[in-house]
Design a protein around this ligand. Structure first.
Ligand SMILES: [Zn+2]
Length: 420
């Protein structure tokens, strides 16, 4: 019997040790939940899960801001006219959530952001001096996936994407793609993911699958090859894997279990600017057709987070942990000292808790380890006298340490985004 997509997904599930399953980890660490009333494929994010999403997105923004990006925002619905013009209505109308307004008009929940973003660019005439325009927008998009294909937060109906669209002249494209590639590399390196790039190209034997004419495709595919050469990366070419509007670079990462995931993509698009008549006024005062680059660093934030949880078996790096430190006084006699220490962590901007409840020490330590709290600081009579702390990191006893040394060390660990 032929295996369905669902069977294959289940097989992958079986191969994964339970302590590394993102759904089990998400529940245990209290990051996200689902509700029958809200519906399948629509995750709800708890305070801890939301914090992680924001920290990840802030990191992506930090990398983009340095390279001249601006944030934009768009509504989550649109008249269907936008997708008729972009060509998406013909291709994807069955996967769109459609809305009928009370006046009888058909609107759609956005399944992607590019068409909306073109309308921000098109709000005025741009001089060549204003290009490139780099828009960044982390936002949700919606796809009517079949219920059987949904899987935890790996495959959902409300997908958050750290989207970006660059509107550039042809002469600027190569440099812009290299910049985007740099951002992607820096981001994934900081988690210890190994990245492999592949070029997804058009299948010349099936021209009916793609928008635009073959000479445009040849030109855009050549630009991607040059970028790959510049990056001195061994890339493979996947014929027939291009998007319908342009070729792309796909980044495949390998996680700690040796599994491969498709993560970031950079897509070159000369078709959408044609459809929406996007241009700039060049040095000669003429209208010059521009090019769009689409890319996301994490891609689907949900899928990225699922991979990240499994990659680290839930033990996220210090900078990304929703709770970074638990201060555990051995008896109630040390509670006062524990609270004094806590004040210092508060001033230094840590996320911490004082666990002074009436439980045995070993139970509180075990709970902290189950919750994947990076640092457990145990405070007894000895520590109070010497003004030291006893440090446990990820189940390992690191011994006694001066508080100021610990603070300096952990602040450093956060600023470097260490993951080991
Ligand atoms: Zn796009």
């Amino acid at each position: 019997m032929k295996k369905t997509k669902k069977d294959v997904a289940n097989d992958v599930e079986k191969e994964r040790p339970e302590q590394q399953d993102h759904k089990a980890l998400g529940a245990k660490l209290d990051l996200f939940t689902f509700s029958d009333l809200v519906g399948p494929g629509l995750p709800l994010w708890t305070p801890k899960g939301t914090l992680i999403r924001h920290l990840l997105d802030d990191f992506v923004w930090e990398l983009r801001q340095k390279r001249g990006y601006s944030k934009v925002e768009i509504p989550h619905i649109t008249k269907k006219d936008l997708y008729i013009k972009s060509g998406h209505w013909d291709k994807f109308k069955d996967e769109l959530f459609q809305i009928k307004t009370r006046e009888g008009h058909i609107f759609a929940l956005k399944p992607m952001n590019c068409p909306h973003h073109t309308q921000i660019f098109a709000r005025k005439i741009h001089s060549y001096k204003e290009l490139p325009q780099r828009y960044a927008n982390t936002t949700m998009m919606y796809r009517d996936e079949q219920t059987g294909e949904l899987s935890g937060i790996l495959r959902v109906r409300a997908i958050s994407i750290d989207d970006s669209h660059i509107f550039a002249r042809r002469s600027q494209v190569k440099e812009e793609i290299i910049n985007a590639w740099d951002i992607i590399q820096e981001f994934y390196n900081s988690f210890g993911f190994k990245l492999q790039a592949s070029l997804s190209l058009r299948d010349p034997k099936r021209p009916e699958k793609y928008l635009g004419n073959p000479s445009v495709w040849q030109e855009t595919e050549q630009i991607l090859r040059e970028v790959a050469k510049h990056k001195a990366t061994k890339t493979k070419e996947d014929i027939g894997e291009a998007a319908f509007y342009g070729p792309k670079i796909d980044f495949i990462s390998q996680d700690s279990l040796g599994r491969k995931w498709q993560m970031a993509t950079i897509q070159l698009d000369m078709n959408m600017p044609e459809r929406f008549n996007l241009y700039c006024i060049n040095e000669k005062g003429q209208e010059e057709r521009i090019v769009m680059i689409h890319y996301a660093v994490m891609g689907s934030l949900e899928r990225f987070l699922a991979n990240l949880l499994e990659h680290f078996a839930g033990a996220l790096p210090l900078w990304l942990s929703p709770e970074q430190i638990w201060i555990i006084p051995i008896t109630s006699k040390q509670t006062q000292y524990a609270k004094e220490i806590a004040k210092m962590f508060q001033v230094a901007g840590f996320r911490f808790q004082v666990r002074d409840e009436n439980e045995t020490l070993s139970k509180r330590i075990r709970e902290g380890e189950t919750q994947k709290i990076p640092y457990l600081l145990v405070i007894g009579e000895k520590e109070e006298k010497s003004k030291n702390i006893s440090v446990r990191r990820r189940g390992k006893d690191m011994g006694s340490m001066r508080l100021d040394k610990f603070l300096k060390q952990t602040i450093d660990e956060i600023s470097k985004k260490d993951w080991e």
